[in-house]
Design a protein around this ligand. Sequence first.
Ligand SMILES: Cc1cc2nc3c(=O)[nH]c(=O)nc-3n(C[C@H](O)[C@H](O)[C@H](O)COP(=O)(O)O)c2cc1C
Length: 278
Amino acid sequence: MSARVPGPVMVAAGCGGTGRELVAYSGPDGLDGLPFVTRSITLDPRPGSTGTRLVEVPGGLVNAVGLPNPGLEHFLATELPWLVRAGARVVVSVAGSTMGEYADLARRLSRAPGVAGLEVNVGAPDEAGARLFEAREPYHAASVIAAVRREFPADRPVLAKLRPDVSRVVEAARSCHEAGATAIVVGNAVPAAFPDGRSGGLSGPAVAPIALRCVADVGRALPEVPVIGCGGVHDVASARAYLSAGAVAVQVGTALLHDPTTVARLRASLTDSQEETP
Ligand SMILES: Cc1cc2nc3c(=O)[nH]c(=O)nc-3n(C[C@H](O)[C@H](O)[C@H](O)COP(=O)(O)O)c2cc1C
């Protein structure tokens, strides 16, 4: 069996909470069948950043949340079983500070019931103090993907999530696909700064034209590689722009913080017109 790419509308990592926060806004079926990417899970718990985590700016948000999460053990014991019971199609986002950590996460998640796939966060904006493995170079990103792919069953998807860096994205997508990624998620928050100069990541409608350019570039250069568009999706038109540029699915992040019904509405509008990609 070959891995299938979830779609056409997914919850983006870190923007659907643990799922419990979203369920009341997800229509009559709740999370049933919803491709849900968890916040990035690390081996050990992370408290996240101290100080301001989110600032609203014209067209979006600047965030420096620091990937707060309860760590793998707690995730496996509580959050994952809840999501599985709710019927979500759970794609676990993984992040680590070493290649070994990524491999360990993949190995242990491969044995956990209900994990539909993994998303490898190799494109997080460089927040101060985030202490993540530096995968900005395409060959570093590809090494992480290869390490994860080796540990995770071939019939379940491994998604490589890249930052929307127009100058490197095609090269990074090619390297990650060759390393075994089932699909490439383009992109993540764009490296940016808070008004006080602290580093963070910009997300929301302001980043859509950048991520869209990256999706189009990857689609033209690598037509055989499934691409998932992520960045500023908030309505049918913004989702369709990615699909028209060749994306097989879209992820919705910041829009959920503004209106948590966004994914349910987009699913209702787009599911009829878009079949899942084999
Ligand atoms: C509050 C917040 C938390 C996020 N947490 C994560 C995370 O844990 N892992 C990850 O890969 N991306 C994370 N992201 C990035 C989003 O998944 C998404 O890639 C990015 O925000 C661009 O999409 P958007 O414009 O629809 O938000 C986060 C974004 C925000 C705003």
